[in-house]
Design a protein around this ligand. Structure first.
Ligand code: B12
Ligand code: SF4
Ligand code: SF4
Length: 385
C-alpha cells in the first residue's frame, strides 16, 4: 500500500469507528492558516462585536502551527444533543419557571467531548503509535466553527451556527490537531439559501447581518454577564436563565430534530426548567451540587440568580413579591438588589411600591438607589395615568 492509501484507509476506518467511539460526525481539515477568518475577527473586534470570551490572540486563533509542532491535519468532531424536554413541568402562576438553553442540558458538553476526543486519541495511538495530538473544545484557541466548516462538518448558517445536513445545528464541536497527514474533506455545499428566519426572530437584532453577531446584544451573552443589565435587554431576556436558543429553534434545518442517543447529554427537567423563587436564595454549595456538572455553572451562581429575578419581573407574578423583597433587603450583592428593584417595579401594585419605598430609606449603594428611583417613578407615573 502506498503512503497516501495508508492515510486514506486510516481516515475511512476512523469514520467507520465514529459511532462506536460515541462521535456523531468526523471531518478532516487542513492546517493552512485561517487567513480570511483572521480578517473577519479583526473587523469583529474593531466593531466592538466580541463577547470577551474568545481567545484574544488572533494569530493563535488562526494559525494551527503556533499551537502545535509541525501539524499535518485537524480532526473535527461533532456530537449531537437533544432539543426537546419530555413532559416538561409547566410554568404556572405562583410556580414560575425559567429555562436553560439546550447547550446546558445534561452533563457539561466540555466533559463529554473531551471524553470522546480521548477515546479517539486512544484509537489512533493503537494504530499509529507515533501519533501526537492536541485536543480542544470551546476553550481552545481555534475557532471550532471555522475548523468544522473547513472539515465538511456543516455550513456556517446565518445564525452563525454550524449546521450539519444530518443533525441540524444541535451539535457541539471539538477538534484535535495532529501530526498525521490525513487527507482533508471538502466543505459541504448546502447553504441557507433565501431563508432569513433566524435574523427575523432574534429578539434583540443581535444578528446584524447573515453570519455576523454583535455579541454585546446577544441574549446568550447577556445571560452570562455578572452586572446590572439595561432595561431594554432585561425585558427581552424573558425567562431565560442561561443562553438563548431562539435563532436555532426557528431554523427550518432543525425541524423535527431531537437527539436522544448520547446518554450523558440527556436533560433533567427540574434542572433544565427550574422553579424561579428557590433560585433566589440558593447557596453556593447547593448551586454547585445541582448545576456544577452542567455547562451553565462556569460563571458561578450570580448571573443565574440575577436572571431568575429578571424572569420573575417579566412574568409580572405578584406572588413573587415577598421573595424579591427579601433580595432587595438582604442580598449583599448590589447587582441582585438593583435587579430586584427593577422586577418589583415591573410587577407593580401597592405591596411592590411599599417594598421599594422602604428599601430606599435604608439603601446605601448608589447603583441600587438609582434603580429604586427609576422603579418608583415608573410606578408613580403609571398610577397617575
Ligand atoms: C465566544 C463564543 C460565544 C459568544 C459569541 C458567539 C459568536 N457567534 O461569535 C456568545 C456568548 C454570544 C456565544 C453564544 C452561543 N454559543 Co458560543 N462560543 C463562543 C466561542 C468560545 C468563540 C466564538 C468566536 O470566536 N466567535 C467569533 C466569530 C466571528 O467567529 P466564529 O463564529 O468562530 O467563526 C465564524 C465566523 O467567523 C464566520 N465567518 C468567517 N468569515 C466569514 C465571512 C462572511 C462573509 C460571513 C458571513 C461569515 C464568516 O464563519 C466562521 C465559522 O462559522 C466558541 C468556541 C470556539 N472556541 O470557537 C463557542 C461556540 C461557537 N458556541 C457554541 C454555542 C452552542 C453557542 C450558543 C448556541 C449557546 C446558547 N444556546 O446560548 C450561542 C449561539 C449564539 C450565536 N448565534 O452565535 C458552539 C457552536 C456549535 C455550532 N453548532 O455552531 C461553539 C462552537 C462551542 C462548541 N465547542 O460547541 N458563544
Ligand atoms: S442566541 Fe438569541 S439573542 Fe443571540 S443571536 Fe440567537 S436569537 Fe439572537
Ligand atoms: S433560520 Fe434560515 S437563515 Fe437562519 S440559519 Fe437556519 S436556514 Fe439559515
Amino acid at each position: 500500500m502506498d503512503i497516501q492509501t495508508t492515510w486514506d484507509k486510516l481516515k475511512t476506518d476512523m469514520k467507520a469507528a465514529a459511532a462506536e467511539l460515541g462521535i456523531d460526525k468526523i471531518g478532516i481539515a487542513s492546517v493552512e492558516p485561517f487567513t480570511e477568518l483572521k480578517q473577519r475577527l479583526l473587523r469583529h473586534r474593531e466593531l466592538g462585536y466580541e463577547s470577551g470570551f474568545e481567545e484574544p490572540d488572533l494569530n493563535k486563533r488562526t494559525e494551527p502551527a503556533l499551537l502545535f509542532d509541525n501539524p499535518q491535519s485537524i480532526i473535527a468532531i461533532a456530537i449531537a444533543y437533544p432539543s426537546k424536554l419530555q413532559d416538561p413541568p409547566k410554568s404556572e402562576p405562583g410556580a414560575r419557571r425559567g429555562i436553560l438553553a439546550r447547550s446546558a442540558w445534561g452533563e457539561d458538553y466540555h466533559t463529554v467531548l473531551r471524553d470522546r476526543l480521548a477515546r479517539l486519541e486512544a484509537w489512533l495511538i493503537e494504530r499509529v503509535p507515533s501519533c501526537r495530538v492536541l485536543s480542544m473544545v470551546d476553550t481552545g484557541a481555534l475557532s471550532d466553527r471555522a475548523v468544522a466548516q473547513r472539515a465538511g462538518i456543516g455550513w456556517s448558517g446565518s445564525n452563525c451556527a454550524i449546521i450539519t445536513p444530518e443533525w441540524g445545528s444541535w451539535v457541539y464541536l471539538g477538534e484535535m490537531i495532529t501530526n498525521l497527514p490525513l487527507p482533508p474533506d471538502k466543505p459541504v455545499t448546502e447553504s441557507c439559501g433565501e431563508c432569513t428566519a433566524c435574523i427575523d426572530a432574534c429578539p434583540t437584532d443581535a444578528l446584524v447581518a447573515p453570519g455576523q453577531l454583535n455579541s454585546q446584544r446577544c441574549i446568550s451573552f447577556v445571560t452570562q454577564t455578572k452586572g446590572v443589565v439595561t432595561d431594554e435587554l432585561m425585558r427581552k431576556i424573558g425567562n431565560r436563565l442561561y443562553g438563548c436558543d431562539t435563532c436555532q429553534v426557528v431554523c427550518p434545518e432543525n425541524k423535527g430534530k431531537n437527539w436522544t442517543h448520547q446518554p450523558e447529554l440527556q436533560p433533567d427537567n427540574e434542572k433544565a426548567k427550574p422553579l424561579l423563587v428557590p433560585l433566589l436564595t440558593i447557596g453556593n454549595r447547593a448551586f454547585k451540587d445541582i448545576y456544577g456538572s452542567t455547562s451553565s455553572a462556569w460563571r458561578g451562581r450570580k448571573p443565574i440568580q440575577r436572571n431568575a429575578i429578571i424572569a420573575l419581573g417579566n412574568f409580572k407574578d405578584a406572588s413573587a413579591i415577598p421573595a424579591l423583597t427579601g433580595v432587595l433587603r438582604e442580598d449583599p450583592r448590589f447587582e441582585l438588589r438593583a435587579t430586584a428593584a427593577w422586577s418589583l417595579g415591573r410587577i407593580g401594585g401597592d405591596t411592590a411600591l411599599a417594598a421599594l419605598e422602604q428599601a430606599l430609606a435604608s439603601e446605601r449603594d448608589a447603583v441600587v438607589q438609582e434603580a429604586l428611583h427609576t422603579a418608583l417613578s415608573s410606578l408613580n407615573a403609571a398610577e397617575s395615568r
